[in-house]
Design a protein around this ligand. Structure first.
Ligand SMILES: NC(=O)c1ccc[n+]([C@@H]2O[C@H](COP(=O)([O-])OP(=O)(O)OC[C@H]3O[C@@H](n4cnc5c(N)ncnc54)[C@H](OP(=O)(O)O)[C@@H]3O)[C@@H](O)[C@H]2O)c1
Length: 378
């Protein structure tokens, strides 16, 4: 017997008029009543809950992580140290609800606050009340390809500094933040060897890359493989506002090589939340960018809104769910408990394939997309 559940806007159970689901209990109960006609089991689409883990190399991670770029960044994200207790509550809420993947970087934090995101994550893990969940947290940090990191040893030192800042013994995923292939190919080789060395020393459980395009991704995967190091993840900007040929190619390569694709900026830095309009812009540099893009975004925002309303979801939940439907692990940035709570509601249900298509058609109508990261390679 198929049934649909009641819905909530946050921890959304599988709702909707056009989707159904069943459980083993209901099916077997039904099968035992022999007088009834054969029962056609509806095709089941897997539900993804935060506490259902997916494999990422040797790690088990939640199907969505949270990004922490804003934790320490004053320039773009208006961070102030007075926000720390809210950020800690945000972290606690996420972990209590099954999220165990947190993305950070050694370059996150502006001015004297460089490294603040890692420092805060380390503190929040230490102070978290619950040993099992504490141990399960996977930190994915990124090491910047600064021009002064020229040898494998210097890259390993960078990893050691991140460990010290977080006061942890091992990092979940050590990621190369960007490729220098376009402007410093020799440095690139040293950085790859640095990744190998930190893996061999056991400083990281797995290695990943960030901002790698399809060509470079294939190359680094082959190189690491030849050194006995599996590449577990690749993160790129991936959202309804950042959906180009490169993203699709990277996704196919990831699928064929068994690499997890991590979708960063899945909410288009906040533009896909519906809370900003051309006359209501965020302060700082984001405002300048949004002013260019938001005026053409109406078809996409209307589609997001329509689907959200129909499914009793919210716009950010639909935008994040789309990333999951594309086979990625999204890592939306969160600054408040309210945002984390709302984004958790992106899990536990799935857009239909028609809805995915509708959103992509609407996205194509936007005359301007997100600008690509300057470090993104081919
Ligand atoms: N590898 C790389 O080079 C790279 C680059 C960029 C990002 N990343 C990673 O990806 C993560 C996510 O990307 P992102 O932070 O750039 O952008 P994003 O996830 O697209 O947007 C995050 C921002 O949207 C707003 N927001 C989030 N949830 C919301 C909700 N439910 N309702 C309303 N507003 C909400 C918040 O900002 P406001 O409240 O201020 O609007 C939040 O900081 C980063 O934190 C970082 O870890 C990696």
């Amino acid at each position: 017997m198929a049934f649909s559940t009641a819905t909530t806007s946050h921890f959304g159970l599988y709702n909707t008029s056009n989707e159904t689901f069943t459980t083993t209990t209901t099916t077997s109960a039904f099968a035992s009543s022999s007088s009834l006609k054969p029962f056609k089991i509806p095709s089941l689409r897997p539900l993804i809950w935060p506490w259902e883990k997916v494999k990422m190399g040797p790690l088990s991670v939640s199907p969505m992580g949270f990004g922490t770029w804003a934790w320490g960044n004053q320039l773009l994200w208006g961070y102030q140290e007075s926000m720390d207790s809210e950020l800690q509550s945000t972290f606690n809420l996420a972990v209590e609800n099954g999220i165990n993947l947190f993305d950070t970087a050694d370059s996150y934090g502006t001015g004297r606050l460089v490294g603040q995101s890692e420092r805060l994550l380390g503190k929040f893990i230490r102070e978290f009340n619950g040993k099992k969940q504490q141990n399960d947290v996977v930190i994915a940090t990124k090491f910047a390809a600064y021009p002064w990191r020229l040898t494998p040893g210097q890259f390993v030192n960078a990893c050691q500094m991140s460990l010290d800042r977080m006061q942890i013994e091992q990092i979940g995923i050590g990621q190369l933040h960007w490729s220098t292939a376009n402007y410093a190919p020799l440095q690139e080789m040293a950085l790859w060897d640095g990744l190998v060395a930190m893996y061999d020393k056991g400083l990281v459980r797995a290695v990943g890359v960030s901002n790698y395009g399809p060509k470079q991704l294939v190359k680094i995967h082959a190189y690491l493989k030849s050194r006995g190091v599996p590449l577990c993840s690749a993160q790129v900007q991936f959202s309804l506002l950042s959906l180009g040929d490169d993203q699709m190619e990277v996704r196919e390569i990831c699928d064929s090589l068994g690499i997890r694709l991590i979708a960063y900026s899945p909410l288009g830095l906040g533009m896909l939340t519906g809370k900003y309009t051309p006359s209501k812009l965020p302060s700082g540099p984001r405002g300048l960018l949004f002013r260019q893009i938001l005026p053409g975004l109406q078809p996409l925002l209307s589609s997001l809104q329509e689907i959200a309303q129909r499914r009793n979801k919210t716009i950010p939940q639909v935008a994040i769910n789309w990333c999951i439907c594309k086979g990625t692990i999204p890592i939306p940035g969160v600054k408040t408990v309210k945002q984390a709570e709302e984004n958790l509601g992106a899990l536990g249900w799935r857009l239909s394939s028609n809805e995915v298509l509708q959103l992509e058609c609407a996205a194509q109508e936007s005359p301007r997309k997100m600008i690509q990261n300057i470090f993104q390679t081919r």
